[in-house]
Design a protein around this ligand. Sequence first.
Ligand code: NAD
Length: 404
Amino acid sequence: MGEKLKIAIIGTGERGTCCFGEILKNRDDVEITALCDKNPVRYRAAARFLGLTDVKFYSSIEDMAKSEKLDAVIITTPDYTHHQVAMTALQNGWNVLIDKPLATTVKGCREVIETAKKTGLTVMIGFNLRHHAVLKRLKQLIVDGVLGKVFIAENREFYDGGRTYMSRWNRFYSATGGLWIHKGSHDFDIFNWLLDFPKPLRVTSFAAVNVLTPEGIPFELEEGHEPGPGCNVCYYREKCKDRWILSDTEMERWGEEAIAQDGYIKNLCMYTSEKDTHDNGIAMVEYENGIKVSHFECFIGARADRTYTVVGDRAIADVSLAERTIKITPRWNGEVVTYTIPEESGGHGGADPSLVDTFCKVLRGEVAPNSTAEHGMLASAIGQAAEISRREHRMVEIEELFKD
Ligand SMILES: NC(=O)c1ccc[n+]([C@@H]2O[C@H](COP(=O)([O-])OP(=O)(O)OC[C@H]3O[C@@H](n4cnc5c(N)ncnc54)[C@H](O)[C@@H]3O)[C@@H](O)[C@H]2O)c1
C-alpha cells in the first residue's frame, strides 16, 4: 500500500462523524488529518467519538487551507453551504466528496462544475443509493436487457422521517432548496442512473405538510404546558410516541454546550417546529423519448421502505429495498423470478462503505468517479423544478433553469 490518503471532514455532525468518520477511521489506507466545523464543541466531540487523538481542528475551511496539505475533503455541512464550501475546497487544491445535494440551485451547481474543470480536481457526489446492492442488481438487469426498453417507472418512499426533516435546519426551504432537493435528489438521481441519463424535460409536483403541524399532535395537551422545544426537555416526553431523546453521547455533540455556541437544537418538536417544506408529496418527471417517472415520498407512518416498479417492453421489475427483493415478471411467458439480494453491513444497507471505497479508489486513480458533479446538477435541477412546480402550481420546463 502506498502513502495514506490525507482526508479532512468538513461538517462534523451526523453524517460527517457517524457515517464518514466511522468508515474512514477503520480504513488502513486513510488518515483523517483534520476535522473542520463552525462549532468547536462538535469537532471535539467528534474526535472523542471516533477515538482520534492525533487530528487537527479548524473552525473554518479558510483556516484549514492555510495549514493543511490534503488529498481530499468530505463535505457534510448543511446543503445551503455546499456551494461555497466546495468552491473554497477546489480553489485550495483539494478533491471533494460532497454529500448530496451538490448545491441547492442549478446556478450553484454550474459554478462548482466550472471551478472543478478549471482546477482539474475531482468532485464526487454522495449518492450512496447507487451503491446499494439491490439497486446495483436492478441496474445490471436493465443493462443486460432483461426489462427491454424501459418507458415508465415509479418509486415510493415510506420513511418515518418527521424527526429527520422537521426538527433541524432542513425543515427550511432556505437551507435546502426544499425537500425535493434535500431528499428527493437521491431518488431523482436513481431514476437518471437506472435509465442511463435520458434528458429530463419537464417536472410537475404536489407536496404539503398534512400531519406534522400543532393540530397533528396525537394526544391532548394540558393547560399551561406547551410541548418542546426539544424532546429531551419536553413536558410530554414520556407520553409522546414521536419523541427523539438524544443519548448522553449524542448530547456531547448536540447538548447545551453546543447549543450555546450556535443555537442549533437538533430535536425540536416535529409538530410545533416552524417549517416550510413538506411531510409528503408526489413528483413526476418527463424525459426525452417519452420516458416518464413518478416519485412519491411520505414521512409519516411506521413503514420504512423504498419500492420501485420499472416497466420495459420485455418485463416488469418490482423492487423492495427493505425486503431486498427484485421480482421480474416477463411480458409473455409468465414465469416470475424473484431475486433476494444478501444483506450487506454498513449504513444505508452497505451503500455508505461502498461509496467511500469508490472515492478512495478515485483518489488513487484506480477508477473514475461514478457519481459526477454533472450527475449532481441533473438531480438538483429536477429537485429545483419540482420545488418551483409545487410552490407555483405549474409544470416546469427544465430548460428554464439553465437560462442565464
Ligand atoms: N447521503 C445520505 O444518505 C445523507 C443522509 C443524511 C444527510 N445527508 C447530507 O449530509 C449533509 C450533512 O447532514 P447532517 O445530517 O450530517 O447535518 P448535521 O446538522 O448533523 O451536521 C452538519 C454540521 O455542519 C456544521 N457546519 C455548518 N456550517 C458549516 C460551515 N460553513 N463550515 C463548517 N461546518 C459547518 C454544523 O455545525 C454541523 O456540525 C447534508 O448536506 C445532508 O443533506 C446525506
